[in-house]
Design a protein around this ligand. Structure first.
Ligand code: ADP
Ligand code: ADP
Length: 229
C-alpha cells in the first residue's frame, strides 16, 4: 500500500517581503517498502518538504496523507499519535534525550503508543540488539560514540514499525565508514519491516542505492535517471 503521499503541496513562509513560495503544486507518493532520495541545492526546500511530510509544519496549501490518513483533518492530539505510530524521524543530530539510557530512549515511542512497560522493554531491547547495541542498553547518549548514537536514533525511529521513515541527512555528521554502516542498517531495517524511506541527502553515492532519486529544484521535484545521479 501507500505509506505517504503529498498532494498539491505548497509552502510560502509568512515572514519576508518577497513571499516567494519555496514550492507549489508538489506531488509525491511513496509506497510501503519503497526508498526515495531527495537531492537538491542548499535552500531548495528539502527540509521544508520533510517537515511538511512529517506534520511538523502546516503547508500553505495541499494535503499530506500518512498511512491513508489526511493530516489536516486530524486534531493536534491525533496528529501527534499518528506521527508517533506511523512515522519515524532520523536527523543529522541524534536528538536522543541525554538523561535517559539508550534503552529508555527507544522504549519511549512504544510507551507513548500505549504499550505496557514490559512490552516496550522487550521491543526496544530486541531492536537495539539488531542494530548492534545490545551491550550499550544502559549507556546514556553522552557515553556512546557518534555512530552508536545514530544507530540508537535509527532504532528509536523504527521501533513502532512506522509506515515511513523520514531522514534528514541522518549520516551527515559521521565519518565515511560509520556513515556507510548506519546507512546499511537503515536499509536493512527498512527492508525487513517493509517501511518506506524518504531520505534527504547530499550524498549521491548513498542516493544512488535507493529505488528512486528525486531532485528538488526551483520548486519542482524531478526524478533523476540513474546516469544523472
Ligand atoms: P534546504 O533544506 O533544501 O536547504 P530549506 O527547506 O531549509 O531548504 O529552505 C528553503 C527556503 O525556505 C530557503 O530559502 C529558506 O531560507 C527558507 N526558509 C526555511 N525555513 C524558513 C522559516 N522558518 N522562515 C522563513 N523562511 C524559511
Ligand atoms: P568510535 O570509535 O566509534 O567513535 P569512541 O572512540 O568514541 O567510538 O568510543 C569507543 C567506545 O567507548 C564506544 O563504544 C563507546 O560506547 C564507549 N564510550 C565512549 N565514551 C564513553 C563514556 N564517556 N562512558 C562510557 N563509555 C564510553
Amino acid at each position: 500500500g501507500e505509506a505517504i503521499r503529498a498532494e498539491g503541496l505548497a509552502m510560502t513562509y509568512a515572514e519576508g517581503k518577497l513571499r516567494t513560495p519555496v514550492f507549489e503544486g508538489l506531488d509525491l507518493a511513496v509506497q510501503s517498502g519503497e526508498t526515495v532520495a531527495i537531492l537538491g541545492a542548499s535552500g531548495a526546500g528539502k527540509s521544508t518538504l520533510l517537515h511538511l511530510l512529517g506534520g511538523l509544519d502546516t503547508p500553505t496549501s495541499g494535503e499530506v496523507f500518512v498511512a491513508g490518513q489526511k493530516m489536516s483533518s486530524l486534531s493536534d492530539a491525533a496528529r501527534g499519535a499518528l506521527r508517533n505510530q506511523s512515522l519515524g524521524f532520523v536527523y543529522q543530530f541524534h536528538h536522543l534525550l541525554p538523561e535517559f539510557t539508550a534503552l529508555e530512549n527507544v522504549m519511549l515511542p512504544v510507551l507513548l503508543s500505549g504499550a505496557h512497560v514490559p512490552d516496550a522493554n522487550k521491543r526496544a531491547k530486541a531492536l537495539l540488539e539488531s542494530v548492534g547495541l545490545g551491550h550499550r542498553l544502559d549507556h546514556k547518549p553522552g557515553e556512546l560514540s557518534g555512530g552508536e548514537r545514530q544507530r540508537a536514533a535509527v532504532a528509536r525511529a523504527l521501533v513502532n514499525r512506522p509506515a515511513c521513515v523520514l531522514g534528514d541527512e541522518p549520516t551527515g555528521n559521521l565519518d565515511e565508514k560509520t556513515a556507510e554502516t548506519v546507512f546499511e542498517l537503515m536499509l536493512a531495517l527498512n527492508r525487513e519491516q517493509h517501511t518506506a524511506l524518504v531520505l534527504v541527502t547530499h550524498d549521491r553515492r548513498l542516493a544512488r542505492r535507493l529505488d528512486r532519486v528525486l531532485e528538488l529544484h526551483e520548486g519542482k521535484l524531478r526524478q533523476l535517471a540513474p546516469d544523472e545521479v
